[in-house]
Design a protein around this ligand. Sequence first.
Ligand code: GDP
Ligand code: ZN
Length: 317
Amino acid sequence: MKARRPAHSSDAPALRSGLVVASHGRHCLVETPEGQRVRCHPRGKKLQAVVGDRVQWLPTQDEGTIEHIEPRRNLLYRSDELRSKSFAANLDQVLILVAAEPEFSEQQLARALIAAEAAGIAARIALNKQDLADPFAAAWQRLAPYRAMGYPVHALSLKSAAAETLPALTDTLQGRATLVLGPSGAGKSSLINRLVPGAQAQTGEISQALQSGRHTTTSTTWYWLDADRRSALIDSPGFQEFGLHHIEPTTLATLMPDLAAHLGQCRFYNCTHLHEPGCGVSAAVGQAAPAGIHPNRYRIYRELFEELSQPRFAGTR
Ligand code: GDP
Ligand code: ZN
């Protein structure tokens, strides 16, 4: 008869805990509580860890296997018709960085905010390049509806040596895990290099460990802001293709706070707010802030509603 191994056999390798700090394909970099970083593969096809995941892993020779992903507080998705992709978990907030120049796409901004709302994650916006006075004033004005609907908006000047605008933002990062999103050229690298000691060296080490290209930022990366590892910035590329196909068109309005404020006022309980009579949402379009809905926001709603109503390609999900 075969002897049964006791549940806590001393020679069985013990599970260790860790935090996923980068991922590339199916490889992850897992950080131990002591701060050591180990390359890990998930055990089995179903287990897909993302940056921010707390995991249990087992050491193999010089690497490890992820055995278990701890329950997530939240999970941020972006998706297109072809695939649904989650890319960060257990976030405290999302910071969307845009700039006076290049002019930002309001629809992209709206998409990121909707994805954050759908995941139940708080969001704030930062507008960089305050030194470019005229375009900054115009961009600040474009963000007025977002301030009115309750998103904090920070003015930034990342280029200026004094960086007097930075402390107000960094206060909001303390003790939190903040995912930074933004179109290229907005100043994301400038922000990370300002706030993360040795960010560039870390990026090099991570891409080497994961064998992703040294100069390509293909993966989401977790950076600690402080030596005691309480505050983190998570850098994620790919703001441009922020698909929302994981969201039902009929829930879209509930994820846009300025529209959501009028949802009780429609004649039909299943109003799509596109063409129905007695629609409280369309009645508020063009009304004065803060209760009114800016025409640009309503246009974005209609565009996204139509996009999310398109049939998905068969057999891909
Ligand atoms: P990323 O593409 O989002 O990573 O943006 P970068 O950090 O590379 O910045 C893009 C460009 O904007 C660079 O040329 C920066 O020097 C410039 N930049 C960053 N912050 C400011 C700012 O506050 N004012 C101005 N005028 N330029 C800035
Ligand atoms: Zn309606």
